[in-house]
Design a protein around this ligand. Structure first.
Ligand code: OAD
Length: 240
């Protein structure tokens, strides 16, 4: 813990990479943990372009269920601490694989959502993008061209948005500390981000109760849950 505090206090350009584990204590299931969604549901039927083409109703039913679940969850101390560190100028960018919007709900502004957001939709035909409808019945259609809308998230087999990736790499190049919270480090390209920071001479701090493929390159491993570990770190870093 002391080494993590020292690295964070000395940093000039700290970035964070978060995954599903950061929202676990808020009540949102992870994908690959013991309560993981991909242990109960078949990813190929729910989160791929083929799945949407084959059965858009099923995909929307699953996303509606997740939107309902997320709407009942609140940010935890990990989200809140990251927002307060950004406010203090300590955290320069928050790169998240999460689509739940809890970082923004906690007050974070510079959030780079590499896998999109469940709170937005886009048209499958035209360029329309907009907020996810409050009431979803069946398959929502585009207000401009009446084609099907889809969740504005990245599905398996799809490329990440190039301008978002550019912004990520811009921050990774300057980063002297990368705080990695609650990700299994199994999904690319996000899993590579801490390697880039490390390769360029920065330090990696991992917060996760379990070991991951990122553990071995981490300078500090804090083996614990995100909310309680970030609360403790916040006390030591800011004295609050
Ligand atoms: P995973 O479900 O793969 O991994 C969650 C990680 O969080 C695991 O390493 C757990 O050990 C850890 N964890 C669980 N509870 C925790 C807690 N309370 N505090 C800290 N860590 C905890 O989730 P991601 O790594 O985010 O992609 O998954 C990456 C991507 O795979 C997701 O963005 C999603 C998924 O399929 C898309 O939807 C495109």
């Amino acid at each position: 813990m002391e080494e993590a505090v020292r690295l964070i206090k000395d940093s000039q350009h700290m970035v964070a990479l978060t995954g599903a584990g950061v929202s676990q204590e808020s009540g949102i299931p992870t994908f690959r943990g013991t309560d993981g969604l991909w242990r109960q549901y078949d990813v190929s039927r729910l989160a791929t372009p083929d799945a949407f083409e084959t059965n858009p109703s099923l995909v929307w039913e699953w996303y509606s269920w997740r939107i309902g679940l997320i709407s009942e969850c609140r940010p935890n101390r990990a989200h809140i601490t990251l927002a307060s560190w950004e406010h203090r100028g300590l955290l320069k960018a928050l790169i998240t694989q999460n689509v739940d919007g809890l970082h923004q709900a906690a007050g974070s502004k510079n959030v780079i959502e590499v896998h999109g957001s469940i709170h937005h939709v886009r048209c499958t035909v035209c360029r329309y993008r907009g907020p996810t409808p409050v009431q979803i019945e069946g398959i929502p259609v585009c207000p401009e061209c009446r084609a099907y809308l889809r969740p504005d998230v990245v599905w398996f087999g799809e490329a990440l948005d190039q301008s978002i990736l550019q912004s990520v790499y811009h921050h990774l190049q300057s980063a002297d500390v990368c705080l990695v919270i609650g990700t299994s480090g199994l999904v690319q390209p996000a899993a590579t981000f801490p390697f880039i920071v490390k390769f360029l001479g920065g330090h990696v701090i991992e917060i996760n109760p379990d070991r991951t493929p990122l553990t071995d390159i981490s300078d500090v491993r804090l083996a614990g849950k995100a909310a309680e570990t970030m609360a403790r770190l916040d006390e030591l870093v800011t004295g609050t």
